[in-house]
Write a protein that binds this ligand. Structure first.
Ligand code: MV4
Length: 580
């Protein structure tokens, strides 16, 4: 077993890997960027190395800087976590070529499973059903129309080199084919450097069920009870649970066996996940894709099986035997995970980074918190908005659900908006309680308006603004929480009408300048200099924290000046255009 391991990641997953190292007497080495100099993962490691400035491309994605930290520390192995370089075959090769142990599948497997059509072929070769689709990429409208004639509509167009939601389009009628095909290819090119797209019949209202697999050093492949990840928004998972409320034991056995078969077929080693779609009949499942990394939601599997998956990864990477085999993997109880993101669910989950004030984590029976933040930590704009994962375990699903509601009620995060209010709403919603939710529930069926809270009745222009002060007092031996309203003698000024919001849209600006509401990268400019625009009209697309946001005009007028073009990085408040 290696004695020192470099964790090529940050936040909660870096801490998670660090703790598994501690359990195996492996010395953990951390890396950090200029934005993470005070981060917990750097503080708790035995050694920590600065790998560069804030932007991920200059630090956590900088392969030479990371390998230099490994060399300087004398690390003998590297764990990539998830995201960043976790599924980057070139990084895996560079680690191996530097004589270090890579904690993950072989680079060739990362490459082959990263090609979604190759992964589908591997599943078919293993006798596992895939969603009916094209074996190879398609390029013409005619090919898509022919597929629609044969398999019907709706159909899905997907990026061959991608995954998740990028380059993903659904075609609901033939006249949508051309735009969907070009849009998918353009997005595939932008995000995965390959325009290749393939087709699948689109399943309405499926559940997204995935199976953890673990290929051991001896060539066996173990599979674990499924995780249900159907509660997503724009392909970002919000909540996961195990087991799925929609899966009967006989289907569980079949889907676990299918995942093990595909993984064995490709000679999989270390931790991976096979994604499936479960049809509305709760019986029929189809292989979607295979992820060659440890996933965010791995704790729910750990809680219902008692297996430490990260420890298992380290043992497998070191060529050591596992402390269990398939017969020891038994499903017991129920686990639910809520992702605590720095996002505002009342504003379409817009990223809400910033400095955390007071911070208190829940605990007690059945509660686990995997967190990468603490009081006074600044959640950087530059990275994924995940701050922590709150996971609860119960003897059954309702005990896990009630414990989650208790824990969410205890969780204190001041200073930044979080997804906690969304989770409290979701866990109390009948669609969750009944287990009858699907991949479209959050986006197509839930009304999140109440999360905006009944905003304190906005004082109208000319009115006096008041503030709430809260105190805990004791009267005659009994404790009371008291709220004191205080007039602030501030006359409210007239407010601008809020522009009509659209998906992932924000308006920015005051006066003639249209300004950036957050730091990010311009991915698309939608107007030309001289165009006439109206309030609420999309002017450009800004990407921040992995989400694309349409920036809307704050005024009616002419685009007198465009200050940015696609590819530009902008700070919060930067002038993007002059509209007068
Ligand atoms: C699908 C699908 C329905 N039919 N493929 C693709 C990206 C990955 N995150 C899940 N994806 C899906 N692929 C076919 N043929 C449904 C999903 C899907 C999904 C699609 C749209 C919006 C949210 C979703 C959440 C989970 C799964």
């Amino acid at each position: 077993m290696f004695k020192k391991l470099l964790i090529a990641n940050r936040g909660e997953i870096a801490l998670r890997v660090l703790r598994a190292c501690r359990d195996l007497d492996i010395s953990p080495v951390a890396i950090y960027s200029e934005l993470d100099t005070g981060a917990i993962h750097a503080r708790l490691a035995d050694e920590a190395y600065n790998v560069g400035p804030g932007p991920a491309s200059e630090s956590y994605l900088k392969i030479p800087a990371i390998l230099d930290a490994a060399r300087r520390s004398g690390a003998e192995a590297v764990h990539p976590g998830y995201g960043f370089l976790a599924e980057n075959a070139a990084f895996a090769r560079a680690v191996i070529d530097a004589g270090l142990t890579w904690v993950g599948p072989a680079p060739d497997i990362i490459d082959s499973m990263g090609d979604k059509t190759a992964a589908r072929r591997a599943a078919a070769d293993a006798g596992v059903a895939t969603v009916p689709g094209t074996p190879d990429p398609v390029t013409t409208v005619e090919e898509v129309a022919a597929f629609a004639d044969e398999h019907g509509i709706p159909l899905a167009i997907k990026a061959s080199a991608g995954g998740g939601g990028k380059g993903f389009r659904v075609v609901h009628s033939p006249d949508e084919i051309e735009d969907a095909l070009s849009g998918a290819a353009r997005e595939a090119s932008a995000y995965f450097s390959s325009p290749d797209v393939y087709l699948e019949r689109y399943l309405e209202r499926p559940r997204h069920v995935e199976v953890q697999v673990l290929g051991d050093a001896g060539g066996s492949v173990l599979s674990f009870p499924e995780r249900d990840c159907s509660l997503q928004r724009r392909h970002q998972k919000l909540l996961e649970e195990s087991p799925s409320p929609a899966l009967d034991p006989h289907v569980r056995e079949a889907i676990m066996e299918a995942a093990a078969r595909v993984s064995k077929q490709v000679g999989y080693r270390n931790a991976g996940t096979c994604e499936f779609l479960l049809d509305a009949d709760g019986e029929t499942f189809y292989f979607l894709e295979m992820n060659t990394r440890l996933q965010v939601e791995h704790p729910v599997t750990e809680l219902v099986t008692g297996v430490d998956l990260v420890k298992a990864q380290l043992l497998v990477a070191a060529g050591e035997p596992l402390e269990f085999d398939q017969g020891d993997i038994e499903l017991r109880g129920h686990a639910i995970e809520c992702r605590i993101n720095a996002e505002d669910p009342a504003k379409k989950f817009m990223p809400a980074p910033g400095r955390i004030g007071d911070y208190e984590e829940p605990s007690g029976p059945g509660v686990r918190v995997d967190s990468g933040v603490e009081a006074n930590f600044t959640v950087p704009q530059a990275y994924d908005p995940l701050m922590a994962k709150l996971i609860t375990f119960g003897a059954g699903r309702d005990e896990a659900r009630r414990r989650m509601l208790r824990a969410l009620g205890e969780y204190v995060v001041e200073g930044v908006k979080t997804t906690i209010p969304f989770h409290r709403m979701m866990l109390a919603d009948d669609r969750f309680i009944s287990g009858e939710y699907h991949t479209g529930t959050v986006e197509r069926e839930m009304d999140l308006a109440p999360l905006a809270g009944s905003p304190p009745a906005r004082p109208q222009a000319g009115e006096v603004e008041v503030a709430d002060r809260r105190f805990d007092v004791e009267l005659d031996g009994k404790r009371f929480a008291v709220r004191v309203r205080e007039d602030l003698d501030v006359v409210v000024r007239a407010r601008k009408p809020a522009p009509p919001a659209s998906a992932g849209s924000v308006a920015g600006g005051g006066g003639e300048a249209l300004t950036a509401p957050m730091q990010g990268t311009i991915v698309k400019v939608l107007v030309d200099q001289g165009d006439e625009v109206t309030v609420g009209q999309p002017i450009l697309v800004l990407e921040a924290m992995k989400m694309e946001n349409s920036i809307l005009s704050h005024a009616n007028g002419t685009v007198e000046e465009l200050k940015v073009e696609a590819g530009a990085s902008v700070e919060t408040g930067a002038t993007l255009a002059i509209i007068r």
